[in-house]
Design a protein around this ligand. Structure first.
Ligand SMILES: NC(=O)c1ccc[n+]([C@@H]2O[C@H](COP(=O)([O-])OP(=O)(O)OC[C@H]3O[C@@H](n4cnc5c(N)ncnc54)[C@H](OP(=O)(O)O)[C@@H]3O)[C@@H](O)[C@H]2O)c1
Length: 345
């Protein structure tokens, strides 16, 4: 059994980690942290867990990773980098769900997060935890930078194309819609019911903090500097994320050929489902699962490939992907604790 700690277990991703790990065959929870609920039983605070665990929340400064194999940090960005050294030791590996270890260059981090990085030496060491792309490096990593939800959906949509000389890498446009849980559990005006219900709104166009993360990953894959246009939207649903990604083709190509290419690229990937021609990604069918569904099309009139990808932002976009990384690090089946379909309706 792997001994697990979760820092930030009262938030949406921390709680989702706990829910999934309770049914995981090889994990045993050692500690959960919350400053707000320290001393209270998690099943009292979240009655959905009643009958499954009696563990109590502790303050983050009162727990130790001494008896843990893996600690998940489900903390806000710029908090994780202050806390990582409490947990990352010779015997304990860390999977950070925040953005703090995703960007390799501390100067880029400062530009986008408006603060100096506190652990710049760990940025080099951290492995970007997208298993479909970095599976081998993840297995032996000590520190995982678990990808953001938008970057997961967009990078998986583009990865098969980005190394090909028949696409125009300067033409990428990503349009994404996220459920409100993407913003976390803390109260904020922008995520109040009456602010989001019955409406769809774009926000942070061209300045969203996931932009450098997506560009870094695509640039590394293609070995060239890539910039994209990224437009995120909030949509009145609790979970789920849909990205529609556009990239120009330099030559004529049929949708059948593009589909075959995607099928070959992702063959044997346990959590990627490539949809048949004429079907497009739909959040209804990935919510509450670790799957990323991808649909492809070619707009022949404009020589443009259009890729749709749907995930659950809290699972493949966060906690499920973190457990996929944990499974790889432990050398057990990548699907352990994650082999379940989504919930529909
Ligand atoms: N939500 C998503 O869909 C999603 C997807 C991918 C990645 N992420 C990333 O995952 C991380 C967690 O996101 P979330 O949505 O779970 O956030 P959240 O719901 O706001 O939860 C944050 C957690 O961190 C704890 N916390 C906050 N400030 C702290 C501090 N200074 N010291 C110790 N603990 C502190 C909170 O505990 P108390 O308030 O109980 O004390 C809570 O348990 C974020 O970095 C986020 O960007 C989120």
């Amino acid at each position: 059994m792997a001994k697990i700690g979760i820092a930030g277990a009262s938030g949406y991703t921390g709680l989702e980690l706990l829910r999934l790990l309770i049914n995981h065959p090889k994990s045993e929870i050692v500690f959960l942290t919350s400053e707000t609920y320290q001393g209270q039983a998690v099943s009292k605070v979240f009655p959905s867990l009643s009958g499954f665990t009696d563990i109590k929340f502790s303050s983050i400064d009162s727990v130790s990773s001494e008896h843990c194999d893996i600690v998940f940090l489900a903390l806000p960005h710029t908090v994780s980098m202050h806390k990582v050294s409490l947990f990352l030791t010779e015997n304990t590996r860390v999977i950070d769900l925040s953005a703090d270890f995703r960007l390799k260059d501390p100067a880029v981090f400062k530009d986008w997060y408006s603060t100096r990085h506190q652990q710049p030496s760990l940025l080099k060491e951290a492995v970007y935890g997208l298993p479909e792309i970095h599976r081998e490096a993840i297995k032996s990593a000590r520190l995982i930078a678990n990808p953001g939800c938008y970057p997961t959906s967009i990078t998986l949509a583009l990865a098969p194309l980005i190394t090909k000389d028949w696409v125009d890498l300067s033409s990428i446009v990503a349009d994404s819609k996220s459920g409100i849980s993407g913003a976390g559990r803390k109260a904020a005006l922008a995520t109040q019911f009456s602010e989001v219900n019955e409406g769809v709104s774009a926000y942070n166009i061209a300045v969203h903090r996931h932009t450098p993360e997506i560009e870094q990953e695509l640039s590394t894959l293609s070995k060239t500097d890539i910039q994209i246009s990224f437009s995120p939207h909030l949509i009145p649903m609790t979970r789920g994320m849909l990205s529609t990604v556009y990239i120009n083709l330099k030559q004529d190509m049929s949708a059948e050929d593009l589909l075959e290419y995607f099928n070959n690229f992702y063959t044997n990937e346990p959590f990627i489902r490539i949809l048949p021609l004429g079907e497009y990604a739909n959040t209804h069918f990935t919510v509450s699962s670790n799957f990323c569904d991808i649909g492809v099309q070619v707009d022949i009139r404009n020589r443009r490939a259009i890729i749709t990808s749907a995930i659950d932002n809290l699972i493949k976009g966060a906690s499920g992907q973190a457990i996929q990384n944990m499974n790889l690090m432990l050398g057990i089946s990548e699907k352990s604790g994650l082999s379940f379909p989504g919930i529909f309706p």
